[in-house]
Design a protein around this ligand. Structure first.
Ligand SMILES: *[C@@H]1O[C@H](CO)[C@@H](O)[C@H](O)[C@H]1NC(C)=O
Ligand SMILES: *[C@@H]1O[C@H](CO)[C@@H](O)[C@H](O)[C@H]1NC(C)=O
Length: 418
């Protein structure tokens, strides 16, 4: 066929063709706009893409050519943005079918065939021999970590005994002493990670990435100085499930040292509580009774996270703020509605013994006691964390054009430290 024949049959449509009806002009205009937008997307997403890949564009024209479909430009744009994720892989294939590029793969792994990608891991030890498929006859469903020094061994031994075989035991050693723990039978099946003088939030950020601890339904990230006489982990989990708590802690016995908040004190005659009467807390602290520290609040000494909650909380932990102060006020950002999904389990309770531990491992500063430097830094970190989060929220709301959002109810006690 000659060019004229193509034109007559409507196969070839040149932009300048005078044979178009008015609504075809509209369509052409839309097509061009869409193509530009589409090209922009491709340019933004895949800057190193080469021109032949734009072969994809004509397929959009077929949306427009369908007279009966009644699709709006918006629908088309939606379709483009949906298929955008697949564009690069298709585009690569069109260009060079031997090159793999799958944009829905984890970042950095786009060149791997999806079926080989192991995106998550676990902490299950394996054997050196035999069939891999038979290595794991039993997979613990829960994880408990303690950040420990050897001086606390007896207390940790007691604590570990309250956790059944359904738990992976992970010890973070801040004093470098690990082999000594093998006097305990359970130590041989525990995971030991040792880095001198680091805190549990430092460890948690480095070793408990959500993709690493993905198999565990619940993660306990506990201090070493907790008395567990009235605590049983299996029973605790039952209550957490029953009351649908995504973030929780056991109630603190009134004998505990340094009870800082009313919310985390053990209440008698209830299984769980999710808020306290704001009159119990210091005046002015609970302007928003559904927010910390009167609801949606647990402390950082013995928190328990669901897998989903931990996936968010891990991102909140700052690399340089090692003491975690202020994190307790922010945990509520990770679950909705926070005042229903965060709570204290009263029926399984613990005693905070408050023994000097890592807090006593600071540097002697001008002859002051070691713990004072640690305390000072902890308080400073609280302020830094609060300011960062406040600013991050402010920046976010500004970026979407919402004014004066943060100072209202979104961030409590901006100017207070206890
Ligand atoms: C990508 O393509 C695959 C198969 O071609 C399809 O199943 C999937 O839904 C597409 N994803 C998106 C985001 O369009
Ligand atoms: C471990 O979990 C299983 C399944 O939930 C449960 O049946 C079993 O009783 C648990 N083990 C202990 C020691 O509680």
């Amino acid at each position: 066929m000659k060019m004229e024949d193509y034109k007559r049959r409507g196969i070839l449509r040149l932009p300048g063709s005078c044979r178009r009806k008015p609504n075809e002009w509209m369509k052409a205009a839309v097509t061009i706009t869409v193509s530009i937008v589409f090209g922009f997307f491709i340019g933004v997403s895949f800057p190193d893409i080469s021109p032949p890949k734009l072969k994809l564009v004509p397929s959009i024209d077929t949306y427009l050519g369908d007279k009966n479909s009644g699709r709006s430009t918006q629908t088309i744009l939606n379709a483009i943005s949906v298929s955008r994720d697949n564009v690069s892989s298709k585009a690569q294939k069109l260009d060079d079918p031997s090159q793999i590029f799958v944009s829905t793969n984890p970042r950095g792994a786009e060149r791997l065939p999806p079926a080989i990608i192991a995106a998550e891991s676990d902490l299950y030890p394996r054997r050196l021999y035999g069939r891999p498929s038979e290595d794991l006859i039993f997979k613990p469903k829960y994880l408990v970590t303690f950040t420990v020094g050897y001086n606390q061994k007896d207390n940790i031994d007691q604590a570990v005994r309250k956790f059944s075989d359904n738990f992976t035991i992970l010890l973070f050693h801040y004093d470098g002493r690990t082999t000594e723990w093998d006097e305990f039978e359970w130590s041989k099946r525990a995971i030991h990670i040792s880095v001198l003088k680091q805190t549990k939030w430092w460890y948690a950020k480095r070793f408990l990435h959500p993709d690493i601890v993905a198999p565990y339904d619940f993660i306990f990230i506990w201090d070493e100085d907790l008395g567990v006489e009235n605590f049983n982990a299996e029973e605790y989990i039952k209550l957490v499930k029953k009351h649908k708590l995504e973030i929780s802690q056991p109630g603190l016995d009134l004998k505990s040292k340094g009870l800082a908040w009313h919310m985390t004190r053990r209440q008698e005659d209830v299984e769980v509580h999710k808020k306290i009467n704001e009159k119990k807390e210091k005046p002015g602290w609970c302007t928003y009774p559904h927010l910390p520290p009167c609801a949606a609040f647990v402390e950082i000494m013995a928190p328990v996270f669901s897998r989903e909650a931990w996936r968010c909380v891990w991102y909140l932990i700052q690399n340089d703020l090692v003491h975690g102060w202020g994190l307790d006020f922010a945990l509520q950002k990770c679950v909705q509605p926070a005042n229903e999904k965060i709570g204290v389990v009263d029926a399984q309770w613990i005693v905070h013994q408050g023994v000097p531990s890592l807090g006593n491992q600071g540097n002697e500063d001008d002859g002051k006691a070691k713990w004072k430097g640690v305390r000072k830094r902890s308080q400073k970190e609280w302020k830094m964390f609060r300011d960062r989060l406040f600013k991050a929220e402010e920046d976010y709301y500004k970026s979407i054009g919402v004014e004066n959002m943060v100072p209202k109810a979104n961030w409590v006690n901006k100017n207070k430290t206890k």
